[in-house]
Design a protein around this ligand. Structure first.
Ligand code: ACO
Length: 402
């Protein structure tokens, strides 16, 4: 494929592939997906095994360094992250500049972009020690930034990280705790969030990861590239879908729970009406992540809040869609976002915040891809071609003659 690409470039041929449906933009050893069979593996390990047996911090190590850590490696990695969770005090002032009702995703991407200005000592993309330090800084500080984006949106005081806690527990405390008040992390909540982070941790060349790679291919630093990835994730067709699913379910509930009527509107392609959380560019089968979440949703939701009427609507919606020719013919199945919003809501997060949680989960994947890209000798600056459809050539007319 690569050789054919080179050959075509010299002959002047261009492949026109809107949405990059058939374009392999990179070779990668991180994540394997078989969309027809519904298979997802990180570094060769099936997602089902990682979801059942691993932890988010271990999966982060696996994605970034290629192997599961030994006990010593994990302790060292965890310790390094714990030591970098604090933000520069001046960076906190940043959050006061945004309107209180701002969406937390642009707040987060701006704050991550600002890391380039506060941590100028780790920006060289070709210095391994710099890249390592930026990696740890991101893994440690993005949860703090995300918690602060939340705290500012609800007008509550910011908490310093408590580095005796694990990554997820620390994040939960900074998000929901109050200074000078003890905060008990509910182990069920921490476990559920850890599982969701594992399931979101990587998904090969999706829109945000491709963005991270493309921006990084110009040798932009890791912070700048990840900030761009967060912006790509914001869109409702990508990470924003988890919030959109909940809005959709609440809309159906408000109209009396008429699932069949909603599905008819989707099939009629009413403007702006899609079955959110359904369909995927690569999966033409049940998304294995959605399967895991669906299997645990009942358990988690009944533990956390004694069940959820919206879960019943979601299940009915899925059942209706999966037996309908429109969805069968187009191979549309629930994707990872179909059930996650319900769990995030049960954990206490407002709908607007769901995509930030996706970003926290996807962070190690973005970092792993950026590192793989920068180390790959085959990397060139990303620069797609185009099929020009404008005027051939015309002469400039002075403004008085137009
Ligand atoms: N509801 C209704 N119809 C759909 C849906 C949907 N969710 N998804 C696809 N279709 C239909 C399209 O209308 C199209 O039908 P047509 O051939 O009659 O025109 C056909 O299925 C193919 O759809 P495309 O839009 O060409 O598929 P594409 O691969 O470009 O899009 C996407 C994939 C963006 C995920 C799409 O399925 C979608 O919009 N889903 C809803 C949003 C969503 O859940 N996004 C999260 C994706 S997963 C993630 O980012 C974590």
């Amino acid at each position: 494929g690569i050789e054919l690409g080179k050959l075509l470039a010299t002959t002047g041929y261009i492949t026109h592939d809107p949405g990059f449906v058939n374009t392999g933009a990179a070779s990668s050893a991180i994540t394997y997906i078989d969309g027809d069979a519904g298979i997802l593996r990180y570094r060769g390990y099936p997602i089902e095994q990682l979801a059942e047996k691993s932890t988010f911090i271990e999966v982060s190590y696996l994605l970034i360094y290629g192997e599961l850590p030994t006990e010593t490696q994990l302790a060292e990695f965890t310790g390094k992250i714990q030591r970098h969770t604090l933000l520069h005090e001046d960076l906190k002032a940043f959050f006061s500049g945004f309107p209180r009702d701002a969406h937390p995703m642009p707040v987060l991407s701006s704050a991550v972009s600002a890391l380039s200005t506060f941590y100028q000592d780790s920006l060289n993309p070709f210095d391994e020690a710099n890249v390592e330090l930026s990696t740890i800084r991101l893994l440690a500080k993005v949860p703090t930034l995300a918690a602060y984006a939340y705290k500012k949106s609800v007008g509550q005081p910011l908490l310093y990280p408590d580095n005796s806690l694990g990554l997820v527990e620390n994040f939960l405390r900074m998000t929901f705790g109050f200074p000078a008040e003890p905060y008990e992390v509910d182990p069920d909540v921490a476990k559920a969030l850890d599982l969701l982070f594992i399931l979101h941790a990587d998904h090969e060349q999706n829109c945000s990861t491709s963005t991270v790679r493309l921006v990084g291919s110009s040798e932009a630093n890791l912070f700048a590239s990840i900030s761009a990835g967060i912006n790509a994730l914001f869109g409702p067709l990508h990470g924003g879908a988890n919030s959109a699913v909940l809005d959709m379910l609440e809309g159906i509930q408000a109209e009396g729970g008429d699932v069949a009527n909603f599905v008819t509107r989707v099939k009629n392609k009413e403007k702006g009406v899609r079955l959110m959380g359904f369909g995927h560019r690569v999966y033409k089968n049940y998304d294995p992540r959605a399967k895991i979440i669906k299997n645990t949703a009942d358990d988690i939701l009944s533990k956390l809040k004694g069940g959820d009427q919206l879960l019943d609507i979601a299940k009915k919606l899925e059942e209706t869609a999966l037996s309908d020719d429109y969805f069968i013919e187009r191979k549309l199945y629930p994707n990872v976002d179909f059930y996650t919003g319900l769990i995030y809501r049960a954990l206490g997060f407002p709908t607007k915040y769901f995509t930030v949680l996706f970003a926290l989960g996807r962070l190690p994947g973005w970092i792993a891809h950026w590192r793989e890209m920068i180390q790959d000798p085959a990397t060139k600056i990303g620069r797609p071609r185009q099929i020009y459809t404008g005027y051939a050539s015309r002469d400039y007319a002075p403004i008085s003659e137009r």
